[in-house]
Design a protein around this ligand. Sequence first.
Ligand code: SF4
Length: 423
Amino acid sequence: MRARAALLQLYRLGVLLAVAWLIRAHHLRLRVEGDRPVRVEEVAGWFTNAAGLQLDLTARGGFHVLDKAGAELGYLIRTLPHADRTIGYCGITDTLVALDLNGRVLGFKIRHSEDTKTHVGDVMADRHFRKTFNQMTWDQVAGMDLKQAGVEGVSGATMTSLAVAEGIVHRFRVAQGELRPQPVRWGTRDIGLAAVLAFALWLSFAKAEGRERWRRWFQWLVIGYVGFLNGDLLAQSLFAGWAKSGIAWRMAPGLVLFAAAAVLVPWATRRPLYCQQLCPHGALQEVVTRFAPGRWRWTVPASLDRALRWLPGALLFGVLFVVMLPLDFDLASLEPFDAYVIRSAGVATILVAVVGLGAAMFVPKAYCKYGCPTGALLEFVRARGVEDKFGRRDWVAGLLLLAGLAMHWQHAAFFQLIFGTAV
Ligand code: SF4
């Protein structure tokens, strides 16, 4: 029994991590390949035996150039989309840079440009300019000051050529910045969140006597400090952003600690730490229910209750579609949590918050039960003791992972099916 429960918990955490990894890998691929996937023929000038390109999923985000036998010949990076703000005369330029096995630049070439065609032609015709970065290492390119280095650009196409050079330096710098260890910044906000988390842990694990009284005071602190003052609520938009771009543990260690505890404490101990103690919207719903007249209380019919309980899970599928395709949809508008940051809150998120709080006057924690994808996600990983069995949630989570895999491997087909156009 114990072994089965432990395996189930491993399965749940595994599914969660696999989905997060999938989103990360998918977005790295979209970022690196952009709208014009790099083809192996484009590198033939540098690597005559090149037979394939293998995407590098590290922070460098380029391609390993391989021969037929799979041996590495060199490395390739593309300046777009990272350098999409570097505009020359009238448009952006997409440049390929090749490096040899020692990490030294072999050369660069323009693969596509929205700049004036004649300027682009002038740039590529200038042999001297084309050798600007030759034999330089990654660090040397990233640390280069074009002005100091006397790079003046190509006569007659100065802006286009300088934009190409700047784009290359920027592209190397972005990856180097990601590779270089950055200090973790612990601010007062992070310390405050850690203190709130410590108190919530005490409330969750302390003996019952007197705990409820403390909890009611604590709820006001959570609503006021975590919610309205900091706006540090866990949400699908936050999780999706971290899955896509990496966890912001250097910039917001307090929030990362919060999120880690929200997932790992229920996973290991069965206690729904975040939903029970730390979520400002959960706390506010409880307050609204306490103040609402008892005669307003409504019991949801069993059939409606069963049907509505599918909604949070269905929303998780929706989130996955938005993230993987990717659709131009603001995930923050799906949940009420952004409404706590009043100055920047959108109409949709405020509407979801108000409707959820209104519903709490009739059905306690109605939004938590029938509308919250973040709550569903945290509930999915929560342990349920030695009697725990593989249930409906686990099947749905498995399906979610399969859907993610399908969208990753068959991205172009999905895109075509939904939008009717090629990626
Ligand atoms: S279910 Fe959602 S709204 Fe409710 S407490 Fe949990 S995270 Fe907050």
